[in-house]
Each structure stands twice: as C-alpha cells, then as structure tokens.
Write a protein that binds this ligand. Structure first.
Ligand SMILES: NC(=O)c1ccc[n+]([C@@H]2O[C@H](COP(=O)([O-])OP(=O)(O)OC[C@H]3O[C@@H](n4cnc5c(N)ncnc54)[C@H](OP(=O)(O)O)[C@@H]3O)[C@@H](O)[C@H]2O)c1
Length: 237
C-alpha cells in the first residue's frame, strides 16, 4: 500500500533487547538525553501512536513536552480494538493539549463508544484483523483524513512485531541503555515466526550517537539485493 504515512518505530531497550521488566515496568529505561531526543522526534512527527497494551500499562500523554514543537502537537493515536482505555487515562484527560484518535473495531456496544467519545477523543472504526485492528485501514485513514505523513510508533513489543511482519517499518529509532533485564523481561519485538535466518527483516544503520549513558541508533529499511549466481554458488561458506 503506498497511500500511508512514513512509519518510524521507536524503542528504548536494555542491552539484551528488553523494553520492560516482566511486570511491565519501563519507566525509565533510558536517561534524560535519550528522552529529550524522543521528544524531538515526536515534535517533528504528524502523529504519535501506541498499542493498547502500552496505553494501559504506561498511561502516556504522547505529547512533545521536553521540546517545543515547531508546528502543532502531533496527533495522539491508540490502537484499542475493544475500547479498553479508561476515560480516566491521561490521554482522555488531556484533550485540550491535542487531538486524540482511537482506532477501534466495528460493531462495538454504542454505550462503550459513547463513553469514550464523551471525553472528546475521536473514535474511528476499522475492520478487525489478526492481533487487533487492520493496520492498512488505520494508516490509510491517518494519511487521507488526518494529514499524517510522518508517523512515530512508540511500541510496545506486540505492535512492533505486527508492523515488522507486515513490512511497515521505514525507519527504526533505537535507544539502548547499558542495563540488562534478562529473559523474563518483555522483548522489544514480539514473535516474528521466522523459519530461517535468511527471512530476518534487515535494516541499515544510518546514524549513531551517545546520549549520556545511552546509545541512539537510527536505521533505515535495507533493500535486500537479489542473489546473483556467484552468491548462490558461494553460499554455505
Ligand atoms: N521501552 C520502550 O520503548 C517501550 C515502549 C512502549 C511500550 N513499552 C512497554 O511494553 C509493554 C506493552 O507492550 P505490549 O506488547 O504488551 O502491548 P502493545 O504492543 O503496546 O499493544 C498491543 C495491543 O495493541 C492492540 N492492537 C490493535 N491492533 C493491533 C495490531 N494490528 N497489532 C498489534 N497490536 C494491536 C491489541 O490490543 P487490543 O486487541 O485490546 O486492541 C494488542 O494486544 C509495557 O510494559 C510498556 O511499558 C516499552
């Protein structure tokens, strides 16, 4: 699909690729300088989106607060199939700071939808799909109806896996903290169900910088070159 925003996936992980403890605690894995950089990227984006898991666990505001956006605050977006987000959430309570759009499945109880809309958040109904709502429909709507050309997605791991599996991620902004969270921590990227190493999605590092104790790495989607006959003959070395 070409009628979609450019998609940037941001994750802040431990050295061993975990974005939260087993109990879901993730604030704050990285330090102040890394968080300021995230807010700069937010300020440059037309929209900032999270999955329902992150919205419920972290109760984020998703505003660019540590830097002043040169344009208006980015659109704040949640994929919340069954409208589980409570009206007491920070997003629902800070509508005065910027528009909140919630993508939910079609056919929900009218009272559930009314409860959410009463907060001032906009509910957009899209088809259900594996893992939640249909991402094609979400991105097309964001581009066509909300003028979102650059979309920052801030996790969590389940949504990140959906995006990677469906080939949506154009850029990765990875913030790595010098800590270890172990196998029981929550993985930055959920299951990808790869059958072999050759199927691994590949990215090309285009920038790296130390931000206080943390490392910021920026990646673009790598174009995988077609195998030449020589490559095929040489394979297996
Ligand atoms: N360190 C970091 O950078 C960072 C960033 C973000 C989050 N986190 C941590 O990650 C944890 C939350 O991650 P999570 O994996 O549990 O949840 P998540 O990825 O934030 O959200 C997943 C949920 O989003 C909804 N969803 C709707 N459409 C979807 C689709 N097409 N594909 C995937 N999901 C879709 C589904 O819930 P419904 O069916 O209910 O809609 C799904 O269960 C928290 O502990 C949070 O602190 C860390």
């Amino acid at each position: 699909m070409s009628d979609r925003p450019q998609i940037i996936l941001k994750l802040a992980s431990s050295l061993d690729g975990r974005i939260a403890t087993a109990s879901g605690e993730s604030r704050w894995i990285t330090g102040e300088q890394a968080r300021a950089k995230v807010h700069r990227i937010r300020a440059e984006s037309d929209g900032v989106l999270v999955g329902a898991g992150t919205a419920l666990m972290d109760d984020p505001e998703l505003t660019a607060r540590l830097v002043r956006p040169s344009k208006k605050q980015p659109l704040r977006i949640v994929l919340d199939t069954d409208l589980r987000l409570p009206s007491t959430s920070k997003l629902a309570r800070t509508i005065d700071q910027g528009v909140v759009v919630i993508y939910a499945a079609r056919g929900l109880e009218p009272t559930t939808v009314e409860r959410m809309e009463a907060t001032g958040a906009k509910v957009v109904h899209v088809p259900r799909a594996l893992g939640g709502v249909d991402l094609d429909a979400v991105f097309e709507d964001l581009k066509l109806n909300w003028a979102v050309n650059t979309l920052l997605i801030e996790g969590g791991g389940s949504l990140a896996a959906s995006l990677i599996k469906q080939g949506y991620v154009d850029r990765l902004e990875w913030f790595r903290a010098p800590i270890l969270l172990g196998e029981e921590g929550r993985a930055a990227i959920g299951p990808l169900q790869l059958k072999q190493l050759a199927d691994a999605p590949m990215f090309k590092r285009v920038a790296t910088r130390q931000l206080g104790p943390d490392l910021w790495e920026s990646y673009e989607r790598a174009e995988v070159p077609a195998l030449t006959p020589v490559d095929v003959e040489g394979a297996g070395a």
